[in-house]
Design a protein around this ligand. Structure first.
Ligand SMILES: *Cc1c(COP(=O)(O)O)cnc(C)c1O
Length: 403
């Protein structure tokens, strides 16, 4: 038995965040209301003054949203969480809360495309400057930090190259410099990686992906470690207004109940498919943290409980072969996003990372021929058959437009 003091993770997935409600429902009710009645003028004033606990207005707090937030905070081992309207609302809220004009950010170059764009556009306009580095190289981070560095921002495994950043080593640099280490933990979910255990200061997620897991919600979340930081973030989120609504919170909270189960299947099937692809004659290279050929296989073993459900690979036929494969598969859905129960296939260079400048994209290892898979929970044999028939046709399809 690994922990007999604390409840097991699978159990927390089912029970976390749930409280007692009127009539005793097993599942938190959806409080689909924008505002809450005060019992008296004095009660309203006391709530606004913070002298009494309660709800005022849903942008500032709502029992359904709070139940989901408490669940995520518990799963990540944090103090409290803040539900956001999307992963990008969470990313923006983090930068808007922690930075001001003149501040510097050190950011991994293999991250979610729109996060790069946010830093290069809106944040830059507000005078916050970013240095992009290969976060799998500690030396690059070490060299990039300055006295003005306020945030070191990483995603690990990185998107879409699945390069891994050493959270513990980067947390040490952040501590020395007085910067916050922010980890976007979307690709792993708390089932596979706990950034707080390695010294991260702030965690965020696009709940659109594994946490909700059913490709039917857009949502994000920020998890913090203490009350002071929580209040600081809550204030900014109230002002920016990028909150999640009660119904989407309900759906995410429901999705979380099966998180541990789903992650097990995602990891198991992805490992099988990655091995299959690596041995396929049409495939040039596979990037998957569970393969011994991954450059940071050891590090993945240390900081991740599993390899995750994402695979990136390159075909020998390059970009055109990749595009042909996307048009030939039947079960894999040709769509961006990830972390849902259904398997997806996409082309980062022309889709999720198309907004990046070409040189920057190539420097981050996102080549023109890279294909990304998000492995769902279907029977892996069906997924293998689908790839098999697709790969067989690759090359046989007439070359059309080349990007
Ligand atoms: C999808 C994603 C985001 C953005 O989330 P949205 O919910 O689409 O706004 C941020 N980071 C990562 C790693 C993602 O995959």
């Amino acid at each position: 038995m690994e922990n007999n003091e604390e409840t097991y993770f699978e159990t927390k997935c089912v029970h976390s965040g749930i409280k007692e409600y009127e009539y005793g429902p097993v599942v938190p009710p959806i409080y689909q209301t924008s505002t809450f009645k005060f019992k008296s003028a004095g009660h309203g004033a006391a709530l606004f003054a913070g002298d009494e606990k309660g709800y005022i207005y849903t942008r500032m707090g709502n029992p359904t949203i709070e139940a989901m937030e408490d669940s995520v905070a518990e799963l990540e081992g944090g103090h409290k969480a803040l539900g956001c309207g999307s992963g990008m609302a969470a990313v923006h809220t983090v930068f808007a809360t922690l930075t001001q004009t003149g501040d510097h950010v050190v950011c991994s170059n293999a991250i979610y495309g729109p996060t790069t764009t946010l830093l290069n556009s809106v944040m830059k306009r507000y005078g916050v400057h970013t240095t992009f580095v290969d976060a799998s190289d500690i030396g690059e981070i070490e060299n990039a930090v300055t006295k003005k560095t306020r945030i070191i921002y990483i995603e690990t495994p990185g998107n879409p190259t699945l390069a891994i950043a050493d959270i513990e080593a980067i947390a040490e640099i952040a501590r020395r410099t007085g910067a916050y280490l922010v980890v976007d933990n979307t690709f792993m979910s708390p089932a596979l990686q706990k950034p707080f255990e390695f010294g991260a200061d702030i965690i965020l997620h696009s709940m659109t992906k594994f946490l909700n897991g059913h490709a039917d919600v857009i949502g994000g979340v920020i998890i913090v470690k203490d009350e002071e930081t929580y209040c600081q973030f809550r204030k900014t989120l109230n002002q920016l207004g990028g909150v999640i609504d009660p119904f989407n919170s309900f759906l995410v909270h429901r999705g979380i109940k099966t998180l541990a189960l789903r992650m097990e299947r995602h990891c198991e099937s992805a490992a099988t498919i990655a091995e299959y692809l690596e041995s396929h004659p049409a495939v040039a290279k596979v990037m998957f943290p569970g393969l011994p050929s991954h450059p940071q296989f050891e590090l993945a073993q240390k900081q991740q409980k599993g390899p995750g459900g994402l695979i990136s690979f390159e075909l020998k036929g390059g970009c055109q072969a990749g595009r042909n494969l996307m048009d030939c598969v039947k079960l894999f859905q040709l769509a961006v996003s990830l972390g849902g129960v259904e398997s997806l296939i996409q082309h980062p260079a022309s889709m999720t990372h198309a907004s990046m400048e070409k040189e920057v994209r190539l420097a981050a290892g996102i080549t023109d021929g890279l294909v990304r898979l998000s492995i769902g929970i279907e029977n892996v044999k069906d997924l293998l058959l689908d790839l098999e028939q697709g790969l067989e046709k690759v090359g046989k399809v007439r070359d059309e437009v080349i990007i």
